[in-house]
Ligand binder design. Structure first.
Ligand code: PMP
Length: 423
């Protein structure tokens, strides 16, 4: 028995499904999860001594790779200074100032410990600011596991939600409206009927949680315009895209300013940090300056604050986004070419900056969940396991995107392409 298998058997006895977050279980791709013991740069080492090139990168935070030496130095230094204060310190101030100076629509920011917390808090602000209860979200976007957003569309284009998880009360669900992506007409119709009830339109401007469902810019412009006409706030969830596709996230590529924005992943340099941010008048509603309560024992943890700041600074000084964009495109297109020399299906890749998603070629770009080919899960699972055998680790689900990091050098990518050639 491999050590991974032994650990998984033990883990199943003490944790639901043997894991502490569902996608880690390999349920989507079949088989049993690998247990990793260490990581360095672009590489993971498992408990059985095998090495893998990592394109999951903890689902996005590690844009510089595992344990970037400069960040590691800062982390070690911080650990020797303090672990947590639960009091004021300069580190969150420095990260907040950096981000506020960098991103014009971030006038004020509040740090929390996860993306879920960030979105949950931003919704609270939006409700307080508008005096309205309803939230509009889109099928194909994920915003964390808060009850109100763990829903999918119920009946067609009416916006009615149905639960995406057991344990969500009717009441929680009833405050959320859900529509498909890529359909501005449905948004218009919903707002014509119920616009006055909707506090906030929440969307991943770069939806990257059901594959990479890149939207038409006109769709994003139009729905933003419709929302604003009805006094509804616009929340861009940039937990994945923030600091990933550029210093200012996907909003910058759109040239659209959200009223509220949420961050996670990269903002903590690999440590548990999330943030919600936006217009000063909205953020000033948050306690203690305003009536919207939100707090956290470990919020603005010094290690996450300093690792985050060092990461964001390095992204800027080393021109990381443009380097990664070029490398990712070259790598992904070559990988597809190699796959298509042998495969029964025709593969393609959806790309944005250093984010990629391999899938079967379709006539038109895939922009909604409904357009993802029904065979995708099976096709991806085969590819996943074949690559795993060869020492390449993709996220263990066909609906997760892949990432490159600065540690994915030309040499590492060449090695990966060699593995593709031997499939
Ligand atoms: N929003 C988006 C867009 C996300 O991708 C995620 C996590 N993948 C979240 C929110 C929730 O973040 P967390 O897992 O840190 O709670």
């Amino acid at each position: 028995m491999t050590k991974s298998k032994e650990l998984f058997e033990r883990s199943k006895k003490v944790a639901p499904g043997g894991v502490h977050s569902p996608v880690r279980s390999f349920r989507s791709v079949g088989g049993e999860p690998i247990f990793f013991k260490s990581a360095n740069g672009a590489y993971l080492q498992d408990v059985d001594g095998k090495e893998y090139i990592d394109f999951c990168l903890s689902f996005g935070p590690l844009i510089l790779g595992h344990r970037d030496p400069e960040i590691e130095e800062i982390v070690k230094e911080t650990i020797s200074m303090a672990w947590t204060f639960g009091a004021c310190e300069p580190y969150s101030l420095e990260l907040a100032e950096f981000i506020v100076n960098e991103i014009p629509w971030v006038e004020k920011i509040r740090f929390v410990s996860s993306g879920t917390e960030a979105v949950m808090s931003a919704l609270r602000v939006a409700r307080a600011a508008t005096g309205r209860d309803k939230v509009l979200k889109f099928d194909g976007c994920y915003h964390g596991h808060l009850d109100a957003l763990l829903v999918k569309s119920g009946s067609g284009l009416a916006g009615e939600p149905s639960s995406d998880s057991a344990g969500i009360s009717e009441r929680q669900m009833s405050d959320t409206l859900v529509l498909p992506l890529d359909n501005e007409k449905a948004v218009q119709e919903l707002f014509d009927k119920r616009g006055k009830e909707i506090a906030v339109l929440a969307i991943e401007p770069m939806p990257a949680n059901y594959g990479l469902l890149l939207q038409r810019k006109e769709f994003l412009y139009k729905i933003t315009e419709i929302a604003r006409k009805h006094g509804t706030l616009v929340l861009f969830d940039e937990v994945i895209s923030g600091f990933r596709v550029g210093m200012k996230g996907y909003s910058e590529l759109l040239d659209l300013k959200p009223d509220l924005v949420t961050y996670g992943k990269i903002i903590g340099g690999g440590f548990p940090v999330g943030a919600y941010a936006g217009r000063k008048d909205l953020m000033d509603l948050v306690a203690p300056s305003g009536p919207v309560y939100q707090a956290g024992t470990l919020s603005a943890n010094p290690i996450g604050m300093r690792a985050g700041l060092a990461t964001l600074k390095k992204l800027k000084t080393h021109n990381v986004h443009s380097i990664l964009e070029t490398r990712t495109e070259e790598f992904a297109l070559q990988a597809v070419e190699i796959l298509n020399q042998k495969s029964e299906i025709e593969w393609t890749v959806s790309l944005q900056g250093s984010v990629f998603w391999f899938h079967q070629k379709t006539e038109k770009p895939i922009r909604t969940i409904a357009e993802i080919p029904s065979t995708h899960k099976e096709n991806f699972s085969k590819l996943f396991h074949a690559l795993l055998q060869k020492g390449v680790y993709l996220a263990p689900s066909g609906y997760e995107v892949g990432f490159l990091s600065l540690a994915h050098t030309d040499l590492v990518l060449e090695k990966t392409l060699q593995a593709f050639k031997t499939l």
